[in-house]
Structure formats: structure tokens, C-alpha cells
Design a protein around this ligand. Structure first.
Ligand code: ADE
Ligand code: ZN
Length: 321
């Protein structure tokens, strides 16, 4: 099995519907059964509705143990598909909406990282993520909270949400707080926003990676800037097709970006929402994009290079590919 590395995974977007029902039962909460579709997926209509359903699914969480459960469950499933390293993004705002403190959320994630390493030999690290449509002030608060209690497993700071309504530049303060505390940074850009949004992201925010970033293919100067500034892309083809960023895989620019020399990796984003997994993303790269096994290994190596892991862990991971 090809060794896989995932750099873009929303923790609250990775809760399998069965686990969501279990947690709701344990917490004596009426589960939102109407959002569950066939084959372990969630039902939603468009991007804005996806964001709503995503919030609903995560609203069954109540404790740090629930964060433990969703993290451990994801890492177990992912390790089964050959993942050796995952950077996942928990959202303190979603935890807060459920009455879970930042510290309890973090403690659950950390214990799950240790237990998954022991049980499945998968390494993982945390990118604390804010939500742009919750507003600039909330994002600054998340950054402040994050840097107050740094932990070796917290390697990055990022931001998701509504890119069109909330362009990247206005979040510079939150990013500078995280960056000055030594965290590496990513941001969703060039998913719904155009190349202008991507330029703004790389010119105004101290980012080393972009979430998605696929629309870079529309601007050769932007491609050159990504290469020149060594900014890597966390590409999530299954998510892009499910959400309608592209009509089908034949339109998807993954291969063109890679051929142009941009550092690209493969991720599942929010797997049960998009009927995907990290394993399926690598399968798509092989069967649809036509990558050979050695090219898939190259993708994993690029992901390790672009990861926010320290050099010792990176070397260990390289030895496992
Ligand atoms: N949050 C979770 N998934 C997301 C996506 N694909 N784009 C923006 N924000 C998100
Ligand atoms: Zn995402």
C-alpha cells in the first residue's frame, strides 16, 4: 500500500454519521438524523448549506472526551488506508458553541494523537483553525487563545469558511499573532475565490501553504510566485467535485498544477460530506489522473516536505515512504 500523508482535514468535518449518532446518544441529545444520507454520508445542497450541515453535525459534541473520540476514530480509519501522517484542523469556535473549553478540546485531541500513534503507528499534528465568516474579532480571539497555550503538537494556524464573503487580507492581525508565536500558517484560498483572493492571501498573510489553491491554474504569474515563495497547495479533488468547484475530474487542474512545478498534496477535507477518504483521493490520482505508484510516492514526499512537522519527524516519515 502506498504511504499517504494528509495536510488538510477538518476534524469536525470528519465525524462519521454513525459516530455522530453514538455521541448524541451518549450526550442525550436529539441527533439531527435528517442530515444523514446513504453510505455513511451527510446530505447538503450547496456550499452554504454544507457549512450549515457541518455545524449541525458537530453540535452533538459536549466534552473533551468527544473530541478524543472523533480524533481517534479518524486517525484509526485513516491509518487503515495507509496514512502515516495527518495534520488535522480542529475549530475552537465549534467547540465553544457546544460548551467545550479550548483546553478540554485540546486535551482530547492530544490524547488521541498519542493513543493513535501507539495503536496504529500514525503520527499526527494539529492546525488550530478559525472560521472567517464568524468575523475578524473571533479569529483574533482564536489566535490569542492558541498562542497562550502552545503545545508541541500544535504546529499551525489556519482559517476556513466563506472565502467569497470574507477575503483573506482583513485577517492579517490574527495571522501575525500566530506567526509571531512561531506557528506555521495555512489559509483556504483559491477554492471559491479567484486568483485575486490567492494573491491577497500570499501577499498579506504569512502563509506557507494554501488550502485548495486550485484556481492558481488561471494565472501563470501566480504559479511562478507560489514556486518562488515555496508555497505548497493542499489539494482536495473529491471535495472540489462534490461542492461543484469543477464539474468533473477531467476539468480538475491537479495534474496541470503538478506539471507546472507547484508543490501539491492530496487531502480529503471533510470526508463523510464528500463521500471520500484519503485512500479514495489517492485512488483518484492513480485511476483518473493517471499517476504511477512512484508518482504517488512523490506526492507523499512533497506533502512531507510541506508539512509543519519538525525535521526529526519529517526524516522518520521519509523513511516510511
Ligand atoms: N470548512 C470545512 N470545509 C471547508 C471548505 N471546503 N472550504 C471552506 N471552509 C471549509
Ligand atoms: Zn478545508
Amino acid at each position: 500500500m502506498v504511504a499517504k500523508v494528509e495536510l488538510h482535514l477538518h476534524l469536525e468535518g470528519a465525524i462519521a454519521p454513525e459516530l455522530m449518532l453514538d455521541i448524541a446518544g451518549r450526550n442525550k441529545i436529539d441527533a439531527p438524523r435528517d442530515i444523514i444520507g446513504p453510505n455513511s454520508t451527510y446530505i447538503w445542497q450547496d456550499f452554504m448549506d454544507f457549512l450549515n450541515v457541518y455545524d449541525k453535525a458537530s453540535q452533538v459534541l459536549r466534552t473533551g472526551e468527544d473530541y478524543y473520540a472523533i480524533t481517534y476514530d479518524y486517525l484509526k480509519r485513516c491509518a487503515n488506508e495507509g496514512a502515516i501522517y495527518v495534520e488535522f484542523m480542529p475549530s475552537p469556535d465549534h467547540a465553544e458553541l457546544c460548551g467545550i473549553s479550548y483546553d478540554d478540546m485540546l486535551a482530547g485531541c492530544i490524547k488521541a494523537i498519542d493513543d493513535a500513534k501507539r495503536d496504529f503507528n500514525i503520527d499526527s499534528r494539529i492546525i488550530i483553525t478559525c472560521v472567517r465568516h464568524f468575523g475578524v474579532e473571533k479569529c483574533i480571539k482564536v489566535a490569542e487563545e492558541t498562542v497562550k497555550r502552545l503545545h508541541p503538537y500544535i504546529v499551525g494556524f489556519g482559517m476556513g469558511g466563506d472565502e467569497l464573503g470574507f477575503p483573506p487580507g482583513q485577517f492579517a492581525k490574527a495571522y501575525h499573532i500566530a506567526h509571531e508565536a512561531g506557528l506555521r500558517c495555512n489559509v483556504h484560498a483559491g477554492e471559491w475565490g479567484d486568483t485575486q483572493s490567492m494573491w491577497e492571501a500570499i501577499d498579506k498573510l504569512p502563509v506557507q501553504r494554501l488550502g485548495h489553491g486550485v484556481r492558481a491554474i488561471e494565472d501563470p504569474n501566480l504559479i511562478a510566485a507560489l514556486i518562488d515563495r515555496d508555497i505548497a497547495l493542499e489539494v482536495c479533488p473529491g471535495s472540489n467535485i462534490a461542492l461543484g468547484v469543477y464539474n468533473d475530474f477531467s476539468e480538475h487542474p491537479f495534474v496541470k498544477l503538478r506539471d507546472a512545478g507547484v508543490k501539491v498534496s492530496l487531502s480529503s477535507d471533510d470526508p463523510p460530506f464528500f463521500n471520500t477518504t484519503l485512500g479514495k483521493e489517492y485512488e483518484t490520482a492513480k485511476n483518473v489522473f493517471g499517476l504511477s505508484e512512484s508518482e504517488l510516492n512523490d506526492i507523499t514526499h512533497m506533502a512531507i516536505d510541506a508539512s509543519f512537522a519538525d525535521d526529526v519527524l519529517k526524516e522518520t516519515l521519509r523513511g516510511r515512504v
